[in-house]
Design a protein around this ligand. Structure first.
Ligand SMILES: [Zn+2]
Length: 282
């Protein structure tokens, strides 16, 4: 082998196994370069500034549920009922989102146990079209609630969304009352419904199931609100306070029950399930 091909091969090898893309990741908050491995081991929380990174459904479910959890099949819904098109067709946007995500839409339900306590966990994934709530998200939310009802277990939902899916128009807004009815059914059955507000939880999701939990937990620094800060500022023509719409601010003002670091989340949920489980209450 010539020296040239040796150099070329070693470069090829490097680019596959140790390319800077895989090896390093930049913290979106403090901009520090982090070892991907270290970042992953720290549950995608920056070890330097404690910024809680956004994570997908599979990672979140694995972080919260004990090993051996299962996924509920994604419910089938009518796709693109309005034949919507802006700069691109809605079907094209869906296709692109699916190419980068193992799931068919932005809400995935897993079920199993959390430190031995039975639970159904629904996770909204911001990386899938901004976690936006359309018919598929609504149907998956309902399927998760029905699973909790049939299993007589708690329903935990991790929210992350930019709001309703505008490509589905009024049909996306109809998911708000639909999800709200399911939270009522869980309440009537005496089953706990717990919401974990992840960054960011906004719009129609905040206006429905994200704010109807028996307990609201938020991740540190998460943006939580209905309308955006700029919209509110322009409407009321006043400067908004520092940290407005962040988890800590909402906690201080009574909108959120606790702000829990990701590394404590699983155990906190397990404790809550103990306090709230129907068996204990009886
Ligand atoms: Zn950082």
């Amino acid at each position: 082998m010539s020296w040239l091909s040796r150099v070329r091969n070693s470069l090829l090898f490097r680019s596959k196994k140790e390319s800077p893309d895989n090896l390093w990741v930049k913290c979106p908050h403090c901009k520090e370069m982090l070892f991907t491995q270290e970042y992953e081991a720290n549950l995608f929380v920056c070890p330097r500034c404690e910024h809680h990174g956004r994570i997908g459904a599979d990672v979140r479910l694995a972080q919260l549920l004990d090993d051996g959890f299962k996924l509920l099949p994604a419910p089938k819904v009518a796709e693109d009922p309005l034949k919507f098109r802006d700069t691109k067709r809605y079907t094209e946007r869906l296709k692109a989102a699916r190419a980068n995500n193992p799931h068919a839409d932005a809400f995935t339900v897993g079920f199993g146990t959390i430190e031995g306590r039975k639970a159904v966990v629904g996770v909204q994934d911001f990386t899938f079209m901004g976690g936006s709530m359309g018919m598929a998200v609504g149907a998956a939310f309902v399927a998760g609630a029905e699973k909790a009802l049939s299993e007589k277990s708690a329903y935990i939902v991790v929210t992350a969304a930019g709001g309703a899916r505008m490509q589905e128009g009024i049909l996306s807004l109809m998911q708000m009352p639909k999800a709200t009815v399911m939270t009522r059914r869980l309440k009537e059955a005496g089953l706990p419904y717990i919401v974990v507000l992840a960054d960011p939880t906004t719009g129609g999701v905040t206006a429905s199931y994200a704010m109807l939990g028996d307990v609201h937990i938020a991740e540190p620094g998460a943006l939580i609100g209905f309308a955006g800060q700029r919209v509110i500022q322009d409407t009321i023509r006043e400067q908004l306070p520092e940290g407005f719409q962040r988890a800590e601010y909402l906690h201080k003002h009574g909108m959120v029950d606790m702000v829990v670091e990701r590394k404590e989340l699983r155990h906190t949920l397990a404790q809550l399930l103990d306090y709230l489980s129907p068996a204990k209450a009886a």
